[in-house]
Design a protein around this ligand. Sequence first.
Ligand SMILES: Nc1nc2c(ncn2[C@@H]2O[C@H](COP(=O)(O)OP(=O)(O)O)[C@@H](O)[C@H]2O)c(=O)[nH]1
Ligand SMILES: [Mg+2]
Length: 288
Amino acid sequence: MKAGYITIVGKPNVGKSTLLNRLLGTKISAVTSKPQTTRNRIIGILTEGEFQACFIDTPGIIRPEYELQEFMVKQIKSAVMDADVLILMIDPWFKDDNIYAEFAKLAGKAPRILVINKIDLVTKQELLPLIDKLKTTNVTKIVPISALNGQGVDDLKKVILENLPEGEFFYPTEDISDTPERFFAAEFIREKIFELFKKEVPYASCVVIDEFKEREKGKDYIRAIIYVERNSQKAILIGKQGTALKTVGEKARRELETFLGRPVYLELWVKVKKKWRKNKRFLKELGY
Ligand SMILES: Nc1nc2c(ncn2[C@@H]2O[C@H](COP(=O)(O)OP(=O)(O)O)[C@@H](O)[C@H]2O)c(=O)[nH]1
Ligand SMILES: [Mg+2]
């Protein structure tokens, strides 16, 4: 038997969450075109035959500017230190600035797989010079893929399984994550906010699940509070006669129902919490 943790790191927007979802064949991590959608480490478990691969998706590597970002960087570091295999993800436009090396160092002796994602957006001729250049770096293997259309992902899986250590499974074979459903409910709502609004509102938002009741009969009841930093943001989020918030709720509910495999009644509230991103106590309450 083989089992281990595979941590995926890389700059914002290179496609880490898309790869995790693709590897698992289910959507568990929020994906949007905005950087820094992922704030926590998220575990996705893939069990096949004699293998159990536990993938850790992380927030994008950045130089932190505020408390929440410091938390994000800590999460990445601890996930890298836990890794049995490290996946460093870049895109074809990669320019080395040493930040990857800093994180790679933390992985100790773990094998490093350098994944070049988004190869669907470039030609072979454009890709080859980059691969040649990277061959000199200290990595176990270079694997070009497209997480979006699946190209190269089977090869990547093979490389991962080859590098997985021998050992017993960590989780029951039917589990796909160790994270409670509550967390995913909040993430799906957050993802919709990232999709539907321009820059300011998504980054000023966080979602707290206030109540999550599974019911034998009827739908699960979920009440969520979306915190923003200002009244103006609250007004945007709610929209004229509540139409914007309603769209968030409907879209999030549909994704959640697919994920949970059961019907959900979702109630959303919006509250203002000034400067929550810098509020240590509040961040702690949120689990950040
Ligand atoms: N063309 C293309 N787009 C991709 C690929 N992988 C991810 N994306 C897109 O890149 C954006 C960021 O993806 P995401 O997985 O959220 O990146 P993360 O920040 O690294 O987790 C999304 O719009 C994805 O649809 C890929 O292989 N090809
Ligand atoms: Mg992500």
